[in-house]
Design a protein around this ligand. Structure first.
Ligand code: ADP
Length: 894
């Protein structure tokens, strides 16, 4: 029930059989005693002289887990079963005052009722002497105290000469006692004593005696309850009473001893005290009053103590709560402090990081400044160099331009001069652009406005582009809102022309053949807008934002310009107070829009000279045509380069000694190589579609082209690239810009090397070589695996088919998966023999082996080696070895 025995509070149930003064006194004593026991509580129930109610009360205590039950049974017979049952179920039972049948109880505290009866008899005899004649008002039939009181009285009374004439029950109460007394007094008028088992019945009897005028009769009661019995004595209503001891405190003590397993008496009979009569009644009453007062005081004290205790408890709770709050506050304080420490630590860290970042930023700034300085220096250097270049370039350009128009040049000289002319123009334009851009950046670019007719000007500009448009099948159109009327506007014509030229030449550069380029313009009086639209490759969204930045190029690997054009165009447009913008979709085309404010300057509309003519357009966009003759005696050189000018230049340089064929990218190069099987391939590394490395790898892996020496040509002279070049099978390497003599000698040496290899083959295959070895034993010939494999396959086919005199080149070529011309060139390139000749030589070589090592007849050998007749075999043999087969045989037999 309780977790800890120290805190155990015992529940004591007290079942009183009735509720009279005596029992009230006892209850007071019980309640007083319980005040001294913190570990016990008590509940008192009264059965009001009713057996059934008392049984119910006992059950109530059992059901509510009372630890012990103290019972004063109303009637022994009626209460014994329930008490016995409860006791046997383990609930301690203390019987007091009255008894039960049997001894099913833990302890019993009884009063010596017989002793009481005896004392009463003794006192009566003392009053009346031996002539005492008494009637008895009996308590209750079956009540043990009544029986005791009766027996003790009778024994003592009659022994000492008294006579008890009658005894009738008054049921312990006054109301019942009155009629009983009345009838007894009437029946026995000579009695001089009434003995009542309690004071209430004695008072009733006294009233009857009084009424009947029998004041002489002595009346004795029992119980001596202060307010009834003792008061009645004091008031002379009755003569004496006997203290029936209550001793409520004893009940509680016994009960607690039982519960705490302390020693106790199972049977306790409280001894009887002396009579209360007129001599001591007052004192007892006063004592009782005092006791009551003391009890009252005690109650007050107890209440105060309880109060204090409650206060103490609440203060204790408050104290603990305060301590808890203080601890909590400390905790919170500690947490706050820790958070503060952490925050300040973080702040310190952040500050340190910030400092680092600031240092980093400062460094970055410094680096940026350095970079800017470096860029500025670089640009300055460019500018200076450009300045320095401009004069010599003009001095070159002029004579070159004059030479280009000279008439006494050979076609080859003419082509070379035109290449020089074109490229000096490109250089001049570039240098001008750089210088203009620097001027713009330094704020030194000024506008020289003149009033022009834009309609006419644009027509003039467009003229320069029609030829190249026609050549490349590009539809070039001009669309104007009002082309008929003059459109006067003040422009720095040279600059706007450059803008126009840049936009249009870009459109040509980035639009494939058969595309469309449209120049359109409109003017609303305030603004002139012109657009250059193309159906070219377009610009990705990512690059669109950078297109006007200086030196920006979408394709940095295969640039088609310098990346300065658009930034300069923007600068020129902005100088005019206008804007330039672009819209573009990848693979669909681009539209560049220039919008210029319409202003005017005084003076007439001028018609200035065009600054950019057809030659400039050609230089920028066109290639120079050459007509090279094809000479079957000369080796073929294939030039693979996306830059047509380089193609032409290399071609011109080699034209004297070689046949030149060209391809503009690796893929076409591979096709051309397979088709023509050239003697040398010159291949650029950086190319669109398929780069030089891959191209070279393809060439070296293809049977028909694997033997062809490849010379790589590149602008990059990094070792890594060379290694890559050699890895892909290149035979030589030449970096741009190259010296024409070096190019020529490299080409020559590669071709000579190749020739040497061929000669080695030739000497191996040649019938007059007297090694006697198989033609396939070509140990010292530097060949590639592919070439070896090719030649071995050829030999296998040859051996298997040798006996057929109709074995022809076409058949072997198709068995090797090659076209006749490819096969021819391959065999020729490898062995320096034409296939037919090689086959004949191999036949003869085999015939010679058979002649010298077997006994076969000459005709057998002739047929076996595929000669149509023995005579033809003999002829060929003599031509090759200078002797006839029969001469060989006769020499052997000697
Ligand atoms: P560049 O002088 O090299 O032509 P620009 O400044 O004129 O340089 O152009 C910068 C880049 O913008 C070019 O490299 C090209 O990639 C891109 N570009 C310019 N015009 C066009 C166009 N019409 N179509 C596609 N790309 C263009």
């Amino acid at each position: 029930m309780f977790g800890c025995s120290d805190n155990k509070v015992y529940k004591i149930g007290v079942s009183q059989c009735s509720q009279d003064d005596w029992r009230m006194k006892m209850n007071d004593e019980i309640n007083r005693e319980i005040m001294f026991h913190e570990d016990a509580v008590v509940e008192i129930r009264s059965a009001d002289d009713n057996n059934a109610k008392q049984i119910e009360d006992i059950r109530y205590f059992v059901d509510n887990d009372f630890d012990i039950i103290i019972v004063s049974p109303n009637e022994a017979a009626a209460l014994t079963p329930i008490i016995k049952q409860t006791y046997e179920n383990g609930v301690p039972i203390v019987i007091f005052d009255r008894n039960i049948n049997g001894d099913s109880y833990t302890a019993r505290i009884g009063v010596d009722d017989e002793g009481l009866g005896k004392s009463a008899a003794h006192y009566a005899l003392h009053l009346l002497g031996s002539g005492a004649k008494a009637i008895e008002i009996y308590g209750l039939k079956g009540s043990t105290p009544a029986e005791g009181r009766h027996d003790g009285f009778l024994k003592e009374f009659e022994t000492n000469g008294g006579v008890l004439v009658a005894s009738e029950p008054g049921n312990w109460n006054k109301e019942d006692a009155i009629p009983v007394t009345d009838s007894l007094l009437r029946a026995y008028p000579d009695i001089n004593l009434i003995y009542a088992h309690n004071d209430r019945m004695a008072i009733g009897a006294s009233e009857v005696a009084e009424r009947l005028g029998r004041n002489d009769i002595k009346i004795i009661g029992i119980d001596a309850a202060p307010n009834i019995g003792i008061q009645a004595v004091a008031d002379s209503i009755i003569d004496a009473t006997f203290l029936y001891p209550t001793e409520g405190h004893r009940l509680i003590k016994t009960a607690l001893s039982i519960l705490k397993n302390e020693p106790y008496d199972r049977e306790t009979i409280i001894p009887v005290s002396s009579a209360v009569d007129l001599s001591n009644a007052d004192i007892l009453l006063r004592q009782n009053e005092t006791l009551k007062e003391e009890t009252q005081k005690m109650k007050i004290l107890k209440a105060q103590i309880d109060d204090y205790w409650a206060q103490h408890s609440s203060q204790t709770s408050l104290f603990y709560a305060s301590i808890a709050i203080i601890i909590l506050l400390f905790g919170v304080g500690f947490l706050l402090l820790r958070a503060y420490w952490q925050r300040s630590r973080h702040q310190k860290e952040l500050m340190a990081q910030n400092r680092l970042l600031e240092e980093e930023r400062d460094k970055q700034k410094q680096l940026n400044e350095q970079l800017q300085d470096a860029t500025q220096s670089k640009l300055m250097f460019f500018t200076n160099v450009s300045h320095d270049l401009r004069t010599p370039l003009t001095l070159i350009a002029e004579p070159v331009a004059q030479l280009a128009s000279a008439e006494n040049l050979t076609p080859q000289q003419h082509t070379l001069i035109r290449i020089a002319d074109k490229n000096t123009r490109i250089l001049q334009r570039l240098i001008n652009q750089i210088l203009d851009f620097r001027k713009y950046e330094n704020g030194k670019l000024n506008l020289k406005l003149t009033e022009v007719d834009f309609n006419k000007t644009v027509h003039d500009w467009m003229e320069s582009f029609y030829a190249i448009a026609k050549k490349r099948d590009i539809k070039l159109t001009l669309s104007a809102s009002d082309p008929e009327h003059p459109l006067p506007i003040a422009l720095d014509l040279e600059k706007i022309e450059r803008v126009f030229f840049n936009l249009l030449s870009n459109a040509f550069k980035y639009t494939p053949d058969n595309g469309t380029i449209t120049m359109s313009y409109e003017c609303d009086g305030d603004t002139l807008i012109f657009r250059v639209a193309d159906t070219g490759e377009g610009i990705s969204e990512r690059d669109l934002g950078n297109i006007f930045d200086r030196f920006f190029q979408v394709d940095r690997i295969h640039p088609k310009g310098s990346g300065i054009g658009l930034s300069l165009a923007k600068a020129f447009v902005e100088l005019h107070g206008g804007t330039i913008s672009v819209e573009s979709t990848l693979n669909k085309g681009s539209v560049f829009t220039v919008s210029l404010p319409v202003t005017h300057v005084s003076g007439d509309v001028v018609c200035p000279e065009k600054a950019i003519g057809r030659n400039e357009v050609t230089a920028e966009l066109d290639t120079i045509e050459t007509n090279l003759s094809f000479d079957t005696e000369k080796p073929i050189v294939l030039i693979i380069d996306d830059n047509k000018d380089i193609q032409k230049l290399v071609g011109e340089l080699l034209n004297d000694n070689y046949n030149i064929i060209t391809a503009t990218n690796g893929k076409d190069g591979v096709k051309m190589a397979a088709k023509y099987v050239p003697d040398l391939i010159i291949c650029d590394v950086m190319m669109p579609v398929m780069d030089g490395m891959e191209c070279c790898r393809h060439i070296k892996e293809e049977i028909s082209t694997s033997h062809i020496p490849v010379l790589m040509l590149t602008a990059c002279s990094m070792d890594e690239q060379r290694v890559q070049g050699y890895d892909s099978g290149a035979d030589g390497y030449l970096s741009k810009p190259f010296n024409s003599a070096v190019l020529r000698s490299k080409c020559a040496s590669l071709i000579t090397n190749r020739k040497r290899v061929k000669e080695l083959w030739q000497s191996h295959i040649a019938p007059h070589v007297k090694t006697g070895s198989e033609p396939s034993a070509r140990k010292n010939i530097p060949t590639s695996d592919i070439d070896d494999e090719f030649y071995n396959r050829f030999l296998e086919i040859f051996k298997a088919e040798m006996g057929h005199s109709d074995l022809n080149v076409d058949k072997i070529a198709s068995m090797l998966g090659l076209e006749r011309s490819q096969f021819y060139r391959k065999i020729k390139a490898l062995t320096n023999y034409a296939p037919v000749e090689l086959i004949r030589r191999l036949r003869l070589q085999h015939g010679r082996v058979l002649l010298t090592t077997t006994n076969k007849t000459i005709s057998e050998i002739a047929y076996e080696t595929g000669f149509s007749t023995p005579a033809y075999f003999t002829k060929c043999y003599r031509d090759a070895y200078g002797e006839t087969p029969s001469e060989v045989r006769s020499k052997l037999t000697k």
